[in-house]
Design a protein. Structure first.
Lengths: 243, 424
């Protein structure tokens, strides 16, 4: 039995990963911003997994110190950070505050947790950390480049952190890059014929990848190939793509 | 986004939105709206060429469990419900032939199952619901609060508002094995005799072999749960390849299949069948609807009152013989008199008949129109969850509550079916 922290637990992908971890008999600590959503999540999980132990905590985005202190007290084995939000470029025109909030949700808040957890792992000597990035971080697209840039942040951050701890084989840091997934993030958007992955399928890939300590996890796996093609595509061709 | 329903009759691009839990979203998206669950209905009841199709399968949380009262969100599917309820020694009160439908779809179509003669339809077990209405936001409805709206929503094909969550009474979980008896009948009066003596069995259903030499022969299966807890066999169902646009259905293949199936079933007199396999025969092969090829298929399901039920069914079987109709899914089942009170609910005390018909254009439509005439004369009706073509005149004569129902609708919601049969 592992002790697992899930930060931003009410996200669609996190919720499915939690179900897999509970099924395996692990002890789960949930952290989320929205009290009502968290309460609803716990009620659902307690009915689905009678007798399992689930601890749940809300945190305040602008006052994390208490939560971070709490996290650094206890040892744990796995942590998944899924805090984040999606905004398209056209939603940000003339909206500096909305842009700043996006950076806050996708970098500043998860960074506070990531740094605390990383320090913790260094002292306890083991642990697995997964952070949700995005395929949008692999290549900037006109439609959502601030979102993409905020996710790309994690590529370099985790690369550096891995180099720092390279001697310790018991710590793994996974950057998770989900493709478009059917979660609240796409709620209310008309998506045309974009095919969405199921959150339960994405979660399965994430849980397995983290278990194996993979550095980069594409979910669904096909995105490893798709993004490889986009990454090697010459910029002149890439810029002409209208997606 | 490409959507279709189970009959594959109207694969098309629809304006589609994903919904989780945000009533404000409903104000923003194009009207009219129809909620879409698992798209396991056969016709156009859950499709909307105008406005928005709202995909609700992310609305899939359990809200509360209090004794045998279960509250869950509308997008959860029956397979998940059953799995989790079993952990609490509870079971679904009513199950249709597939477990992949959503709870919201079960309410909106007031679905029935093989235990209708004892338990009625799913609507009989609903205690309350929360729905979103464009005029009043999220409201709770039950037999005490807004009873008119409550009974309009049961079987209300998603037109009275968006169903958010549902509280229903689960039954006690008795075991996961069914002791099934297969009895052969060679005509409908034999069916009737067996049926009369089977009223105390928990579940019953019959398969009619329309490829046989005699008309109206088939297998009557009835069963009871046995208090045995077999270890769950989690065998993944096989899948029919989704894009294989080949059509294997023809009179010869069906004749061979039907006669093989009959001989196989005949030879199994009594057997223990896992509950999942027994209740959800349609889940044995994923995408089985694709076997009908690109043109899709209709399912015609009708019900007629007890009186004259056998003459009417005989007439339909004779008509099929004349028209050289072939089908491997032909089902007969007697309904009991327990009613949910849903204004547009399908079941009534009597005999229900269901048949899958490959879409062969005009010929198939003509046959179903002839069926309609027989059903209309006998005072029966056709199931909206299966329909894609009935006439407005037949609908109005067979669903007499339609005017009251229309007055209780939410103007934000309509579907291809509602515009075809209810005017808007």
């Amino acid at each position: 039995m592992s002790k697992i922290l899930v930060i931003g637990s009410t996200s669609g992908i996190a919720n499915e990963a939690i179900k897999i971890w509970l099924e395996q008999g692990n002890h789960i600590h949930l952290y989320a911003r929205n009290h009502d959503k968290l309460k609803m999540q716990v009620a659902d999980l307690e009915i689905r997994f009678p007798g399992h132990k689930i601890d749940a905590f809300t945190f305040e985005a602008n006052n994390l110190s208490k939560t971070l202190d709490q996290i650094s007290l206890d040892n744990f084995d796995i942590a998944l950070i899924t805090v984040g939000e999606l905004k398209y470029s056209d939603e940000l025109v003339g909206q500096i505050q909305v842009s700043e909030k996006l950076i806050n949700s996708n970098i500043q808040i998860p960074l506070a947790f990531a740094q605390t957890i990383l320090e913790k792992y260094k002292t306890q000597g083991y642990g697995k950390l997964g952070i949700i990035g995005s395929v949008a971080g692999d290549r900037g697209r006109g439609k959502n480049y601030l979102y993409g840039a905020s996710k790309a942040f994690w590529e370099t951050y985790l690369e550096g952190a891995r180099q720092e701890i390279w001697k310790n084989k018991n710590i793994s840091l996974s950057l998770i890059k989900p493709g478009p997934t059917n979660t609240a993030m796409v709620q209310g958007r008309e998506l045309g014929n974009l095919r969405l992955a199921k959150p339960e399928a994405v979660a399965k890939v994430i849980v397995n990848g983290m278990e194996r300590g993979k550095s980069v996890i594409y979910a669904p796996k096909i995105f490893q190939l798709i993004m490889f093609i986009f990454k090697i595509m010459p910029i002149k061709i890439f810029n002409r793509l209208s997606f | 986004m490409r959507l279709t329903s189970w009959g594959n009759l109207s694969l098309d691009d629809y304006q589609t939105f994903f919904y989780d839990f945000n009533p404000n979203l409903l104000a923003k998206i194009p009207k009219p709206v129809i909620a879409v669950g698992a798209s396991r209905s056969y016709g156009d009841v859950g499709l909307n060429h105008l406005g928005s199709n709202l995909l609700t399968t992310n609305l899939n949380r359990f809200i509360n469990l209090d004794g045998n009262l279960v509250t869950a969100q509308a997008g959860i599917n029956f397979a998940e419900l059953e799995k989790v309820l079993n952990l609490h020694k509870l079971s679904l009160p009513v199950r249709p032939g597939t477990s992949y439908l959503t709870l919201g779809g079960a309410v909106a179509n007031d679905i029935h199952g093989k235990n209708h003669h004892l338990q009625g339809s799913f609507g009989c077990h609903i205690k309350s619901m929360r729905i979103w209405r464009s005029d009043s936001g999220v409201i709770e409805i039950s037999t005490q609060r807004e009873p008119d709206l409550f009974f309009a929503t049961i079987g209300g094909i998603g037109l009275t508002g968006l169903i958010i969550d549902v509280t229903f009474e689960a039954t006690e979980f008795l075991g996961n094995q069914i002791k099934v008896e297969n009895l052969v009948f060679s005509n409908l009066s034999e069916f009737n005799q067996i049926n009369q003596s089977s009223q105390n069995y928990e579940t019953s259903v019959s398969w009619v072999n329309i490829s046989g030499k005699k008309n109206g022969n088939g297998i009557y299966s009835r069963g009871n749960t046995v208090p045995e807890f077999a270890k769950k066999i989690t065998k993944a169902p096989i899948s029919y390849p989704k894009n294989l646009k080949l059509n294997f259905i023809n009179s010869t293949s069906i004749k061979i299949f039907n006669n093989l199936y009959q001989n196989l079933q005949k030879s199994i007199k009594i057997s223990l069948v896992p509950a999942g396999k027994y209740y959800f025969p349609l889940d044995g092969v994923n995408n089985w609807n694709q076997v009908y090829g690109a043109k899709g298929f209709y399912q015609y399901q009708s019900v007629v009152p007890e009186k004259n039920a056998y003459e009417v069914t005989e007439e339909m079987l004779n008509l099929m013989k004349e028209e050289k109709t072939y089908s491997f899914l032909t089902v007969l089942k007697s309904f009991g008199d327990k009613s949910s009170g849903g204004l547009l609910s399908f079941p009534m005390a009597g005999l229900t008949f269901a048949i899958d018909l490959q879409n062969q254009g005009e010929a198939t439509l003509k046959l179903m129109n002839q069926f309609d005439q027989i059903i209309q004369r006998a005072g029966g009706r056709v199931y909206l969850a299966k329909d894609a073509r009935m006439s407005r005149e037949f609908f109005e004569s067979s669903y007499p509550n339609y005017e009251k129902f229309n007055s209780l609708r939410d103007p934000y919601f309509s579907s291809d079916l509602s515009r075809r049969l209810l005017g808007f």
